[in-house]
Design a protein around this ligand. Sequence first.
Ligand code: FO1
Length: 448
Amino acid sequence: MKQDIPPERVQPLYEQGSEEGDLVIYWMQRAQRTEYNHALEYAIHRGNELDIPVVVVFCLVDNFKDANFRHYQFMLEGLQGVEKDLRDRGITLVVKHSDPVECVSELSEEASEVIVDKAYLPQTRDWRRELMGKIDAPLIDVETDLVIPIEEASSKEEYAARTIRPKIDKQLEKYLIPVKEREVKHPSLEISFDTVDLDEILGRLDIDKSVEPVAQGIGGTEKAKEQLQYFIDEKLSDYPDLSNDPSKDCLSNMGPYLHFGQISPIYIALKVKEKGGYGVDEYLEQLIIRRELAFNFVYYNKDHDNIDCLPGWASKTLEEHENDEREYLYSEEEFEKGDTHDEYWNAAQKEMLKTGKIHGYMRMYWGKKILEWSERPADAYQIALYLNNKYELDGRDPNGYAGVAWCFGKHDQAWKERNIYGKVRYMNANGLKRKFDIDRYVEQVDML
Ligand code: FO1
């Protein structure tokens, strides 16, 4: 029998500290769900072994990098579902409005063991590192948000999809397996804790409130599963032919749910495989290979948030063309308002302002044109990242960083040399017109 929590997913981060407490604490940070969550199941397993209850804690911070009201609202909707689902399993969710390092180290005084889900970006990796110096119990990291544990997939930064694909493919059989729900032997519902009221905390957070939510009631595991089922039933078989077309909504829209860990990529992949047929391979290429390449990028490349992350050929060619004349130049504010001469570009920007996402194909065009219409590639890079992180529901995600980097040549190859772009792949409006009914896309955005 294959193990649903193989040892490669479990890594002790800190092995000192008292094991005297009478709780197992699961610090839920990235994987904000109760299904297909290896970290939660591992915590329950440890609680059962030690004959003590498990308590789950989530720490709300005011200053999550580049985040604002739009993102917090979506995340909090998900946490309301988590609270209920945990209660149904006999487990208490404690939510604190506090710095995670302080909050978890304080709670650890009552713990025999603290479990946390694995992080990939600097801010959340730093939280774990800082905690190691302060915690009063062993700390164990459990990896649950990638199909293949990141260091098992590769021990270094990968060059492109073609280099990581074989490494992932050969391990799928071992890691792409369902996660069993363990029975909770010692419920924690009777233990009382000070906890934040999720219904009223949003207004009290000290966060940027200038960016409106895209809609109410769309966050959380239940909504994620509904959307996934709809995609599988109605769109999957058209995915290879229509997913690139901005005028057809043939995407799964799983990005925001994956970003906040409200759904597991393993769950998605197994559901899609269960349906089978045309579209499965193409979708899994995006969900597993491309997504896990993006995680590999942010995990191993310290410059993933700036232009220095590019491969040598791309940096060199962009530098050689830095002083090429630009026909159009726009400021960050003009880009932000969607106020350029190009109605397709403006439509993409407006789609993002209104809905928190840009259609995948238009997102490539959008990033390429920021490069073309900015004074220097380094400025363009920062503008694209700033807009992406501020407005996309799943900005600030490894996929977002990799998506911006791709527009500047990352994970791609050299093409025919031309003005401004050098050898970086070029895209233009005529291509959009030739391939799609792009005016229909503009009309659709206008009607949003
Ligand atoms: N993680 C937390 O532990 N606490 C937060 O208050 C929090 C806010 C937040 C806001 C926007 C956002 O995009 C992510 C946020 N995260 C927060 C991180 C999140 O839980 C995941 O770690 C990341 O989404 C992973 O990339």
